[in-house]
Design a protein around this ligand. Structure first.
Ligand SMILES: CC(C)(COP(=O)(O)OP(=O)(O)OC[C@H]1O[C@@H](n2cnc3c(N)ncnc32)[C@H](O)[C@@H]1OP(=O)(O)O)[C@@H](O)C(=O)NCCC(=O)NCCS
Length: 120
């Protein structure tokens, strides 16, 4: 999905659920934000909205988020949106031609029980 600035209609970034596994009702979330609009809370807000929609309305029970262990801003985004860090997957992805360790975060349906829906 595109992340659009509602006032200017400018593209702010992208976010999506991929690697959907309907048998286990799980998927993985990925995102990026254009350089000029980073640090303003765009990714955190988009992640909060998409993850709640995926767990409450789409029918998924578990969302995973993998971030390079060195990608501290992405860790902050995941944690601010309520994702729980489960551990590190060693040598799990290739980033810029090098194998790297990935921090694994998750949000599950039960995490949202009793929580208010996010602002629209
Ligand atoms: C990671 C990314 C999506 C963050 O987008 P964003 O809209 O700037 O994120 P937010 O503004 O919602 O939050 C950024 C958080 O990182 C923190 N942060 C930013 N730069 C940081 C740095 N160098 N060191 C530590 N924390 C940093 C901010 O303080 C903020 O945390 P806070 O809310 O606790 O203050 C963006 O940097 C990006 O597109 N990076 C390239 C693609 C990428 O890494 N995608 C994620 C793959 S898992």
């Amino acid at each position: 999905m595109a992340i659009i600035d509602s006032a200017t209609r400018v593209l702010a970034g992208s976010i999506g659920v991929h690697d959907l596994d309907w048998r286990s009702q799980k998927g993985e979330i990925g995102y990026w934000v254009v350089r000029e609009l980073r640090g303003l809370g765009v990714a955190t807000r988009a992640l909060r909205l998409l993850s709640r929609w995926a767990l409450r309305d789409l029918g998924l029970a578990r969302l995973e988020l993998l971030a390079d262990v060195r990608n501290v801003p992405s860790h902050r985004v995941a944690e601010s949106a309520g994702f729980v860090r489960e551990g590190v997957l060693r040598s799990a992805r290739v980033v810029k031609d090098a194998r790297c360790d990935m921090a694994l975060y998750s949000l599950v349906r039960a995490d949202l029980e009793g929580a208010a829906p996010p602002d629209r």
